[in-house]
Ligand binder design. Structure first.
Ligand code: F6P
Length: 571
């Protein structure tokens, strides 16, 4: 985001560098960099450093190791790091030129090299006077033109001005999409439920399992239902199959012909040709662009269902929240830069402690889909085994991301985090205030929720020593069972309350954290070739199930299973 001339020049320089990297491997292999080796040595020297000791040695640790970014108070004091560790991690970020890649992204450089695309989700929330160019064209005016169209459409639906084919007002909105065309709006709708128009029923259908659509529409009146078909490519088999079934359901419910589609179907896509082919008037299409990755798209037109639910004003507040963290990521020095810090801490555990997974544990019922959303964001971005140059990586890349809201998880899998054999770094996300609409008695429960939130991070960090257990009079044979080793690292992210802006801030924080990690690992965080093979094979296998066709290339195990399936299916 800067003057046209300067930005374009930098992009050209960076792209030249990226291209030469692809050919000549001008960047040293990550694990051969002195900064990497230094971290390995430091890890050995630190040994089993104890959080208890780190806090004892530095009374200011709890305040020094915090950051305030917008509304987010981020405490990283309960991590197995010293000032020296952080310095070495920052040196690695500098050596791998994370900031250079970040700047190239902000300037519209084609940093998604395997797809030859710019990566510009940040343009989706940039103020209208920003200039961000792709191939010499400023994309920001296009973004705002679509936002304005979404606003006008949402207002018409919310006010009842947009009527269905029979003249009835729309009361139900069903978003049909999958992956990035589902998880984002579905997650954000849950997160911001208390801001939604409660007279509207908003549902999300993603699974090609017909049960998903069945359950979503079984109690709806077709005359009052709007379908939003969300698909970047408009070729995704699950979405097109569900959209086709939804159209049949609608037309049979209305006893109408194709002419009814116009009032009940809109499309969110980059592919106008396919939208028209499906039978949706491109007048009713809200566009986005190939420089928006699916998993980075819910603040684009893909968020239309959310905008209808919460209203355009709240949607724009959310965009402002995203933008606030974009600016922080772009401008804050790396040592005070939250995405840098969180990304580097993940590298510390994944690459130097052997941690395989990362838990995200929101203490908010409204964030029930938050971690599922982050799974796609993180795992589809950084689940890669070759680097940008196509070489097999010799270091671990993205972790398994998992988790569910507290306190439920405490009664399920926290046992393993506390006393199991695995190191599982975790993020705790919580809010000081419940949503305003809770009745006083329910709002009062919030303190109990948050007491658990704080208690868990304390227990994870500091545990309970055998001496403390014995002092409680526990018989000796039970002491090992009741001892908590502690030393389980956590980040605490605390905000006043869950608002649209805060949600935007949180998501941007994780987007950029994923970016930092991908930049260090030298992988392309913005492609997703790994989902292709399964898709191709599913298409090939389907006729074997439906018609018993002898599909060439089926391995013996799959062939036998298909045979058994057909028997059980009565074919
Ligand atoms: O799972 C692969 C993927 O391409 C995701 O990246 C994407 O979010 C999802 O499929 C849906 O794609 P589309 O929006 O094109 O239907």
């Amino acid at each position: 985001m800067e003057s046209r001339a300067g930005g374009a020049r930098y992009v050209r320089l960076y792209e030249r560098r990226l291209k030469s990297d692809m050919n000549a491997d001008s960047r040293a292999r990550l694990n051969q960099m002195p900064e990497w080796t230094a971290l390995g040595k430091h890890r050995e020297e630190l040994g089993e450093v104890r959080l208890r000791e780190l806090f004892d040695a530095d009374p200011d640790r709890a305040t020094r190791y915090t950051l305030q970014v917008g509304d987010l108070h981020i405490d990283y004091s309960k991590h197995l790091v010293t000032d020296g560790t952080l310095r070495l991690l920052q040196a690695l970020a500098a050596a791998t030129d994370v900031a250079g890649l970040r700047d190239a992204m902000f300037r519209g450089g084609k940093i998604n090299t395997t797809e030859d695309r710019a990566v510009l989700h940040l343009a989706l929330r940039a103020p209208s006077d920003t200039v961000i160019e792709v191939d010499g064209e400023n994309v920001v005016p296009k973004v705002h033109a679509v936002l304005d169209r979404m606003t006008a459409f949402s207002d018409r639906v919310r006010s009842g001005e947009w009527a269905g084919h029979t003249g009835k007002r729309i009361r139900n909105v069903v978003n049909i999409g999958i992956g990035g065309s589902d998880l984002g709006p579905a997650m954000a709708y849950e997160a911001l439920r208390s801001f939604t128009d409660r007279d509207l029923t908003i549902r999300f259908v993603s699974n090609v399992d017909g049960a998903d659509l069945h359950e979503a529409v079984r109690d709806l009146d077709a005359a009052e239902t709007l379908f939003i078909i969300a698909s970047k490519t408009f070729t995704t088999i699950e979405t097109i199959t569900n959209a086709t079934s939804a159209r049949e359901w609608l037309l049979s419910g209305l006893s109408a012909g194709q002419e009814a589609v116009a009032k009940h179907f809109v499309a969110l896509s980059t592919n106008a040709g396919k939208v028209a082919e499906f039978g949706i008037d491109t007048e009713n299409m809200f566009e986005f662009w190939d420089w928006v990755g699916g998993r980075y798209s819910y603040d684009s037109a893909i968020g239309l269902s959310l905008m209808i639910a919460i209203g355009p004003e709240r949607f724009r507040e959310m965009l402002d929240g995203f933008h606030l963290v974009d600016r922080h990521f772009h401008a804050a020095p790396p040592e005070h830069n939250a995405p840098f810090l969180l990304g580097l801490l993940g590298i510390w555990y994944g690459n130097f402690h052997g941690a395989q997974s990362h838990a995200v544990l929101p203490y908010s019922h409204y964030l029930s889909k938050f971690t599922a959303y982050l799974q796609q964001l993180d795992m589809e971005s950084n689940g890669k085994h070759v680097d940008r140059d196509g070489n097999e990586v010799e270091w671990q890349t993205g972790p398994v991301v998992w988790g569910t809201p507290g306190t439920n998880g405490q009664h399920a899998y926290y046992q393993l985090i506390h006393q199991g054999t695995k190191l599982i770094p975790a993020d705790f996300v919580g809010f000081a205030r419940p949503v305003p609409e809770l009745a006083p008695a329910l709002a009062a429960q919030h303190d109990l929720l948050m007491a658990n939130f704080f208690a868990q991070t304390q227990a994870l960090a500091f545990g309970k020593t055998p001496e403390e257990v014995r002092a409680e009079g526990v018989p000796e044979d039970l002491v090992p069972h009741k001892t908590f080793k502690g030393n389980h690292p956590t980040t605490t992210i605390l905000a006043k309350e869950l608002t649209p802006s805060v949600l935007g801030q949180l998501i941007a924080l994780y987007e950029h954290k994923v970016f930092v990690q991908g930049a260090v690992w030298n992988i392309d965080s913005f492609d997703q070739w790994g989902v292709e093979l399964g898709k191709v094979l599913a298409k090939r296998v389907e006729p074997a199930l439906t018609e018993g066709v002898d599909v060439p290339g089926l391995d013996p195990s799959t062939k036998a299973l298909v045979g058994r399936y057909r028997e059980l299916r009565g074919r």
